[in-house]
Design a protein around this ligand. Structure first.
Ligand SMILES: NC(=O)c1ccc[n+]([C@@H]2O[C@H](COP(=O)([O-])OP(=O)(O)OC[C@H]3O[C@@H](n4cnc5c(N)ncnc54)[C@H](O)[C@@H]3O)[C@@H](O)[C@H]2O)c1
Ligand SMILES: CC(=O)N[C@@H]1[C@@H](OP(=O)(O)OP(=O)(O)OC[C@H]2O[C@@H](n3ccc(=O)[nH]c3=O)[C@H](O)[C@@H]2O)O[C@H](CO)[C@@H](O)[C@@H]1O
Length: 428
């Protein structure tokens, strides 16, 4: 295997071509490997093979075209095409069930497919974020299906993905990487493989540690955002602008407060602290409390909207509300766990009409002007760059009433003539 990685003759299958799998497949293909992307969604397979990306990400179209044109990347839904590969990289989703316990069914299916396809000597890598000890469990599943012995007949590694959407192709190269092997040989093989394009540091450890590291990173961010959200809540009570306070506090050399907002969405932060806690016997409660605070932020935005409607004496049930942004964050088309959706769920039965506009998400109003005609209130739920430069005076003329609720600190100066409320903006 070492020689095959060195001379790029190792053949790679990437299982799942989503936000993580597609860029990963592209990177290995452009590093000189023959890569087959196995994906159950046929629409994705078709798009990828035609050289177009189904996700929005800077550089992806060029990088994908290059990988397809040089003949190194092909997508398929046919299991036969991933038989006997040297390396399998699993990048499927690991969401929560309704009851907030991990739904590992996608992962288990992908591991089964891998077990049915692999050969003796294959290296199996899980890039998906998983609860602690999952990689060891998956190694056992492969042993049961194949009769191979883990660590001897096949190698296995958890290689958590740490990239930030919007910066994926830079971070894939320059981020440091944690490789958690089920044994040393597994981690060493994975190091050789990732070194073919990674310029950041590579740290080797065991698989349960790498699983925990990944979950700790996202939990750290989630808890810090919850703290910022609590500061915002307090700032409203004291009548100050929390963003000014945060900027000032962050001039301290050891303080770096995060940004409050309408909520924490995406496929990572809202679920990773639950994955972290999922197999624990006990915890101290801090992580769960932070989740609760972040999950309730859309309700805070709803309170601001209702307050604003009261200010103009418009009954809530007569209000036409326009939500700007459905994506979980700016410059993204991803609506998974988006606070905008939770906010809409909360208000849709109490107001007259909810309209949506998101230039990145299909199925919303084609243009903002149409969405705003005759509306009473606008709620900004996503920090898309386009929303930062809107001419509120002109847009306000299209509206029946002028209420603006900023859930993402997008509007720096409240526009004249509007009833303006922003999360963390105190009283105006
Ligand atoms: N999105 C991110 O920014 C990000 C960053 C770091 C880590 N992660 C982690 O990476 C993992 C993948 O996340 P994502 O955002 O890329 O998910 P995604 O939903 O965008 O992609 C997963 C893809 O796998 C496909 N799939 C599911 N089961 C399959 C199977 N059995 N065989 C073949 N294909 C299958 C799905 O159709 C989908 O296209 C998750 O564990 C996530 O927590 C995500
Ligand atoms: C530790 C870390 O950095 N992990 C990153 C994270 O990436 P992400 O795309 O989920 O990005 P975030 O920017 O964290 O956004 C999530 C939500 O939180 C809101 N938010 C954010 C900052 C803030 O101060 N206040 C907020 O309210 C924002 O609007 C959005 O809704 O998880 C990926 C997958 O595991 C990682 O790979 C990636 O490294």
């Amino acid at each position: 295997m070492r020689e095959k990685i060195a001379d790029r003759s190792a053949e790679i299958a990437v299982i799942g071509l989503g936000y993580i799998g597609l860029p990963t497949a592209i990177m290995f293909a452009n590093a000189g490997f023959k890569v087959v992307g196995y994906e159950i969604r046929e629409d994705v397979v078709k798009k990828v093979n035609s050289g177009t990306s189904h996700i929005i990400e800077p550089e992806i179209e060029d990088m994908l075209r290059k990988a397809i044109e040089n003949g190194n990347l092909r997508a398929t839904s046919d299991k036969k095409e991933i038989a006997g590969k040297d390396v399998y990289i699993i990048c499927v989703q690991t969401p929560l069930k309704e009851d907030k316990t991990p739904d590992l069914s996608y992962l288990e299916n992908a591991v089964r497919t891998t077990a049915e396809s692999m050969k003796k000597g294959s290296l199996v890598i899980i890039e998906s974020t998983v609860p602690p000890m999952t990689t060891l469990r998956m190694a056992k599943l492969i042993e049961d299906i194949t009769g191979f012995k883990a660590g001897e007949d096949f190698y296995m590694v958890h290689a958590p993905e740490r990239v930030m959407p919007r910066r994926i192709f830079k971070e894939l190269v320059y981020n440091s990487r944690i490789l958690g092997g089920i044994n040393e040989e597994s981690a060493e093989l994975a190091e050789l493989l990732y070194r073919t394009f990674v310029k950041g540091q590579i740290f080797k450890t065991n698989s349960t540690t790498s699983e925990m590291v990944k979950l700790m990173e996202n939990t750290f961010r989630d808890v810090n955002i919850a703290l910022a959200n609590e500061f915002a809540f307090l700032a409203h009570q004291y009548g100050i602008d929390v963003f000014e306070a945060i900027e000032l506090a962050n001039t301290h050399p050891r303080v770096k407060i995060h940004m409050p907002g309408i909520g924490v969405g995406g496929h990572c932060l809202p679920k990773d602290s639950y994955l972290l806690l999922s197999s624990a016997k006990e915890d101290f409660g801090l992580i769960k409390k932070a989740r609760e605070i972040n999950e309730d932020m859309p309700l805070f935005a709803k309170d601001l909207l209702i307050d604003a409607l009261k200010t103009i004496n418009l009954p809530v049930e007569e209000a036409i509300v326009v939500v700007l942004g459905l994506a979980y964050k700016g410059y993204s088309d991803d609506t998974r766990n988006s606070p905008a959706l939770k906010f809409i769920e909360e208000i849709k039965d109490i107001v007259m009409e909810v309209r949506t506009y998101d230039p990145y998400v299909k199925g919303t109003h084609e243009n903002l002007e149409d969405a705003l005609k005759g509306a009473d209130a606008v709620v900004i739920a996503t920090d898309h760059p386009e929303f930062k430069t809107l001419d509120w005076q002109a847009l306000g003329r299209l509206m029946r009433n002028k209420i603006l609720i900023d859930g993402r600190h997008v509007v720096k100066n409240p526009p004249k003539g509007f009833v303006f409320k922003g999360i963390g903006r105190g009283e105006y």
